[in-house]
Design a protein around this ligand. Structure first.
Ligand code: ADP
Length: 394
């Protein structure tokens, strides 16, 4: 591997839409992207300088990737950390480092780390698999019901997450989790869910994005409102959490931080993702520098650039696959393309109900009602029933 200051080729583990959206930024920065992804039809194959067809957890393939690149970054964290450690020991540069990836792969380690560095967690505990019935009940009671049970590894978009309302349900739900090690945490009756993206360079420069509000339907992000409708004090808390986190992690790259805002305006961390994040997609059209460009700047040793909004506000709506024909999806896309101040991203993935197939961002003036604007988009895509949904985990 060459010295980082001469970075020209960036390896990316994962070739989904996140890597695809790095394409224009890579071109702008004069970087070549080499993508490790399992299928020729994955979105980023279209923008890659070259592709290595292999699973993201295939560490032997990553060895070939390393031979072609100056630095390796991630768009997917479901990797084989131990396999990659051998490469890191041999000099491959991973940004962020594998210690960050290993931390994020396990929800228990995330919570313990947040606690160690003084960031605000919900109340939490664990089950290891050897607890007696009495210990199980005691753990549940120490957190309080309702509580949320989460698999420690490989959960996403709410898969592997269940709400438990009482001690009886705790036993039953754990049975469904096959008594594998789990995280238990208090059910947070949040007022809003907030997210913030933050990038850090190898020199220690930090660029924090505006805090946004995310709204999930069935635990999957449906819409993002930028900036979040929160007090300056809450926005400042989010920014200081973002700074503390990347400094403590010594992260090089970008990370998305998801939080809960309680009714008394306390911020609690939910989880982090050390890569571009769905909550930051709006930055492509609404910020001075997109999250994708900023990630490449950070990992490619280019100076970080400003993150400010370039419009008073913006909304992003995810376009999930519908239970409808391909033609019907395309008719809706035609309608969305007519919206003013809006940019549509269609990831050209196979259509499957519930799959993230694209998103649309609309820039808004200061007086616009962001919820009404999102509802107008959702009425086109999901039909009127989807327009005002905002569900919480129940
Ligand atoms: P995943 O890792 O699968 O994305 P998350 O932990 O982010 O799962 O949970 C998905 C969604 O479920 C969150 O965005 C939030 O709406 C809800 N949720 C998760 N944990 C809690 C909690 N402790 N209290 C209340 N709602 C929660």
């Amino acid at each position: 591997m060459e010295h980082p200051s001469t970075i020209q080729r960036v390896g990316i583990i994962g070739g989904g839409q996140l890597a695809w959206m790095m394409g224009p930024a890579a071109k702008k920065l004069g970087l070549k992207l080499v993508v490790q992804t399992p299928s020729e039809s994955d979105p980023a194959v279209a923008i890659a300088h070259s592709t290595l067809l292999a699973d993201v957890a295939d560490a032997a393939a990553t060895q070939s990737l390393a031979a072609q690149c100056d630095v390796i970054t991630f768009e997917n964290e479901f990797i084989d950390c131990e396999g990659l450690q051998t490469l890191a020991d041999g000099g491959t540069i991973f940004r962020p480092g594998l210690d960050v990836l290993a931390l994020v792969l396990d929800k228990r380690h995330q919570r313990e780390f947040f606690g160690r560095i003084g960031l605000p967690n919900p109340r939490y505990g664990f089950l290891n698999g050897d607890e007696t019935e009495a210990e199980l009940t005691a753990k549940g009671q120490s957190i309080g019901f309702p509580l949320v049970m989460k698999t420690r590894r490989l959960g996403y978009d709410g898969y592997g997450t269940s709400v438990v309302s009482d001690a009886i349900q705790l036993t039953a739900t754990w049975g469904k989790f096959k008594q594998a090690p789990v995280l238990l945490e208090e059910f947070v009756p949040f007022k809003q869910e907030l997210a913030v993206m933050v990038a850090r360079s190898a020199q220690g420069d930090i660029a924090v994005y505006p805090t946004v509000e995310t709204q999930q339907v069935d635990q999957i992000c449906r819409r993002v409102l930028a900036p979040a409708r929160v007090s300056p004090a809450v926005a400042a808390t989010m920014e200081s959490i973002a700074r503390a986190l990347v400094e403590q992690l010594q992260l090089v790259g970008i990370v998305g931080i998801e939080c809960f805002l309680t009714h008394d305006d306390r911020v609690l961390i939910n989880e982090i993702a050390p890569r571009p994040h769905n909550s930051g997609h709006y930055s492509l059209d609404a910020c001075e520098t997109s999250q994708f460009e900023q990630q490449l700047r950070a990992v490619g040793d280019r100076p970080l650039t400003p993150t400010r909004l370039i419009c008073p506000q913006a909304i992003m709506v995810n376009l999930l696959g519908l239970d409808a024909s391909e033609e019907s999806h395309h008719q809706k896309l035609v309608a969305l393309r007519q919206l003013p101040q809006a940019t549509l991203y269609w990831y050209t993935k196979g259509i499957r109900p519930g799959r993230k197939l694209g998103h649309i961002t609309q820039r808004l003036d200061g007086e616009a009602d962001p919820i009404a604007a999102a509802a107008a988009i959702e009425t086109i895509w999901y039909g009127s029933a989807g327009a005002t949904e905002k569900t919480k985990l129940t």
